[in-house]
Each structure stands twice: as C-alpha cells, then as structure tokens.
Design a protein around this ligand. Structure first.
Ligand SMILES: *[C@@H]1O[C@H](CO)[C@@H](O)[C@H](O)[C@H]1NC(C)=O
Ligand SMILES: *[C@@H]1O[C@H](CO)[C@@H](O)[C@H](O)[C@H]1NC(C)=O
Ligand SMILES: *[C@@H]1O[C@H](CO)[C@@H](O)[C@H](O)[C@H]1NC(C)=O
Ligand SMILES: *[C@@H]1O[C@H](CO)[C@@H](O)[C@H](O)[C@H]1NC(C)=O
Ligand SMILES: *[C@@H]1O[C@H](CO)[C@@H](O)[C@H](O)[C@H]1NC(C)=O
Ligand SMILES: *[C@@H]1O[C@H](CO)[C@@H](O)[C@H](O)[C@H]1NC(C)=O
Ligand SMILES: *[C@@H]1O[C@H](CO)[C@@H](O)[C@H](O)[C@H]1NC(C)=O
Ligand SMILES: *[C@@H]1O[C@H](CO)[C@@H](O)[C@H](O)[C@H]1NC(C)=O
Ligand SMILES: *[C@@H]1O[C@H](CO)[C@@H](O)[C@H](O)[C@H]1NC(C)=O
Length: 340
C-alpha cells in the first residue's frame, strides 16, 4: 500500500493538520513489523510518586507524537505533543505542569494525585502519516495514614453494652484486619465484622474483652497498622468479706490480722474505720496488695468497726462492718495505776 502523501509535500504540512490527518487515518493501520506498546511502569501508583508511561517499539521514522488523557485521541485532552524535526514540545489543555515528554516518546508524570487515575493514549504519527495508537492505564491510590481505633463507648458496662470499634477513616479500595491480644479474631458470635471489616462490633462486652485491639489497613500501595487500643470495661465489683484473726483481743497482746477477701482480680482495696478512711497508725501495716491489715501491738484505740472496700475504675463495693473489741489487761475495770 502506498502512503497517502509523498515525502515532498509532508515537510510543509502544518503540525495540527498532521495530527488531524493522523486521527482520521486511524482506521487504516497496516500490519507493522514491530508493535508499539505503552507500559505504565507502576500501574498501581502511590499518591505523590512519579510515574513513567513508557513507549516501547517507537519506530525510527517518526514525525511526532502526542499524549492525551482518556482512551481516545482528542485534542481537548492533549497533555503534550512532540515534533521530532524541531525537537519542539507543545503543551495542551490537559497539561498540569507535572508532565515531561522525553524525545523517545516516554511520558513522565511527577507527584501523581488520585485525579491522575485513568487512561493515557499515545498517538504516534510516522513519516508516511500513518499513525499508531496505544493506551496505558494508571490507578493512583493514597498512602494510608496510621489508622486510629475509635470506640463508640469509652466506658462500656460489662454484660450490658455493645461496643463498635472503627479502624481509621473510610478510604476506598482498602481492606482491613484485626487482632486481639496479638491473635487473630476468635470464632464466636459476640464479635461481628462489618462487610468491609473496618468496624468490629463486640456484643455485650465482658472484662475479658479488654484487648488490646490492633487493626491494619491495606490498599494496593500501602499497609498501615494501628497502635494497640484497650477497652475499659466497667465491671460491677462483688462485695468483699472481712475476717479477723481474733475480733476480741486484750490490749498489747499478739497481732490482730484483718483480711479482706475480694474474689476478683483487677480490683483495688481500701480500708475504713468507723466509717472514715482508715489513717494508718505506726502499729499498723498493710500488705502490698492491701488485702491484709496487721495491728501489732493492738491498742484500746483500735476498738471499733472496720470495713474494706473493693473498687475498680467504675464501681466499688464495701464489706459489712466487722467490730474489733480491744479490752484492757485484767478482767476488772481500768486500773487506776494505768491512767496517768
Ligand atoms: C516490540 O514489538 C515486537 C513485535 O510486535 C513484540 O514482540 C515486542 O514484545 C515489543 N516490545 C515491547 C517492549 O513491547
Ligand atoms: C525514554 O527516556 C526516559 C528518560 O531518559 C527513560 O527513563 C525511559 O526509560 C526511556 N524509554 C524507553 C522505552 O526506553
Ligand atoms: C534535536 O535534538 C537532537 C539531539 O537531541 C539534535 O541533534 C538536533 O540538532 C536537534 N534539532 C533541532 C532542530 O534542534
Ligand atoms: C505534590 O503534590 C502535593 C499536592 O497534590 C503538594 O502538596 C506537594 O507539595 C507536591 N510535592 C512535590 C514534591 O512537588
Ligand atoms: C455503639 O454502637 C452499638 C451498635 O450500633 C449500639 O448498640 C450502642 O448503643 C452504641 N453505643 C453508644 C454509646 O452510642
Ligand atoms: C477502587 O474502588 C472503586 C470504587 O469503590 C472501584 O471502582 C475500583 O475498581 C477499585 N479499584 C481497585 C484497583 O480495586
Ligand atoms: C473470662 O475468662 C476467664 C478465663 O477464660 C473465664 O473463666 C471467665 O468466666 C471469663 N469471664 C467472663 C465474664 O466472660
Ligand atoms: C482471742 O484473744 C483473746 C485475748 O487476747 C484470747 O483469750 C483468745 O483465746 C483469742 N481467741 C482465739 C480464737 O485466738
Ligand atoms: C456498681 O455496679 C452495680 C451494678 O452495675 C450498680 O448497681 C452499683 O450502683 C454500682 N456501684 C457504684 C458505686 O458505682
């Protein structure tokens, strides 16, 4: 087949008409020895990165080429065109200032944004005015920030409240994973994941649901894991009981040991004497977990009602009062010798 115009006239054909001629001749594409191809170097690109749209198998006898947005040759979507005989680059309406056209036909787009997602079409016009067209595709994804787990209830009550945990802000094309205590989610009916797995619902929380929870957000260009999140479950505190080694003792005799029995872990203990916070005298010592109060030696001033209270961050419960009687030495009334 003969090319539609001879080499002599080609030299004087205005560039815009060459492009137009090229686009009109699209349907007439004879088989060529090498096939022009467009390769997007990173078809799934991270926002802010630079992307190359490589033109492979460009023929030597090229008059010029033009890159446009979209799947078609469209001057309204022209990014830039290049003319080989003058080395002249002309920017088009779709040029954003971030594109560079190389003499080998490759297009560089710097600092891509999600708006750059789409198709890019290269039109090559050859010396014989034949054209070749190839389209490449680019999908720009955001780099996901570190997700933060939020709860719709910061102080859920045990067995009463249902809590919804959410992994970060909603983003497209993102998948999620969760861990509790560094383990994948246990099977069970009380844990429900939303369809996209961004939210985790814990039905009727218990103290065992404290966590810590970790979630991970993943898209085609990034993976990001949250900091651990701990759920503060408010659990009711059972009433403790108070026992004494001996509730009726003689002054200055052996130690009296009061023991507070609280049947839960995770509770703290405090003591009351005659309804007031107990002020520790020198004779008194508390065990490190505060469950045992030792009075040694015991004094008549220690006579009275003792109580212990078990508490956590949201609830507390006090024991029944236990009366300690400290009697004077001897069975009779207070000896006059002992009073100053
Ligand atoms: C160049 O064209 C040849 C023939 O069509 C083809 O086999 C080859 O894969 C092409 N090269 C590239 C990098 O596309
Ligand atoms: C074209 O040139 C650019 C810049 O020098 C280079 O990065 C790219 O790899 C070249 N394209 C091809 C297909 O070799
Ligand atoms: C175009 O660039 C080539 C090398 O890059 C150079 O040899 C040639 O003289 C240039 N042509 C014009 C018209 O500037
Ligand atoms: C990349 O683009 C963003 C806006 O999309 C801009 O804030 C940033 O400064 C640009 N970075 C560079 C290196 O040009
Ligand atoms: C949290 O979400 C769950 C499920 O939608 C709901 O039952 C519960 O009342 C919510 N809690 C608060 C404090 O809004
Ligand atoms: C990203 O999400 C959009 C809409 O949610 C969808 O049309 C597109 O196919 C997705 N892209 C990828 C690469 O998954
Ligand atoms: C919490 O876990 C422990 C140990 O697995 C279990 O004995 C206890 O019954 C659980 N408590 C609740 C409220 O589910
Ligand atoms: C309690 O203390 C009193 C006086 O110190 C003593 O007589 C009594 O035996 C003690 N009771 C017990 C059960 O230790
Ligand atoms: C402790 O929890 C129980 C049951 O939820 C509640 O009835 C009680 O009022 C709470 N006590 C305090 C001191 O908050």
């Amino acid at each position: 087949m003969e090319p539609p115009s001879g080499p002599a006239s080609r030299r004087h054909v205005p560039w815009s008409r060459l492009l137009l001629a090229g686009s009109l001749l699209n349907f007439w594409t004879p088989p060529t020895a090498t096939q022009l191809t467009v390769e997007t170097v990173t078809p799934l690109a991270a926002e802010g990165s630079d992307v190359l749209l490589l033109a492979h198998n460009m023929t030597k006898n090229t008059l010029g080429y033009a890159w446009q947005r979209g799947e078609r040759v469209d001057n309204a979507q022209l990014i830039a065109s290049y003319r080989v005989d003058t080395n002249a680059t002309t920017n088009g309406p779709a040029y954003s200032g971030r594109e560079t056209l190389y003499p080998n036909g490759t297009l560089l787009i710097r600092n891509v944004t999600q708006r750059d997602t789409g198709s890019y079409t290269l039109l090559v016009t050859k010396n014989d005015l034949q054209t070749e067209i190839q389209t490449g595709h680019l999908h720009v994804h955001p780099v996901l920030p570190t997700p933060v787990i939020t709860s719709n209830n910061s102080n859920p009550r045990e067995h009463e409240d249902t809590v919804v945990l959410t992994c970060g802000a909603e983003t497209q094309n993102t998948s999620y994973m969760w861990w509790i205590n560094s383990q994948s989610l246990p099977k069970g009916t009380r844990l429900e994941l939303s369809e996209d797995k961004r939210t985790l619902t814990v039905v009727a929380v218990t103290r065992n649901d404290t966590g810590p929870y970790v979630c991970e957000a993943r898209n085609p260009v990034s993976v990001s894991r949250s900091d651990p999140f701990t759920l503060d479950v408010l659990s009711p505190v059972a009433k403790p009981s108070l026992q004494a080694s001996n509730a009726t003792v003689t002054e200055h005799e052996g130690p009296v040991i009061l023991t507070c029995l609280a049947d839960e872990t995770g509770v703290s203990i405090r003591w009351f004497f005659k309804g007031q916070s107990l002020l520790l005298a020198q004779r008194m010592t508390l065990s490190s977990d505060k469950s045992t109060l030792t009075i040694d030696p015991v004094s008549r001033e220690d006579t009275g009602d003792y109580q212990c209270e078990a508490f956590n961050r949201g609830n507390s419960s006090r024991s029944d009062p236990l009366r300690l009687r400290v009697t004077s030495i001897g069975t009779c009334a207070v000896s006059p010798l002992l009073t100053p």
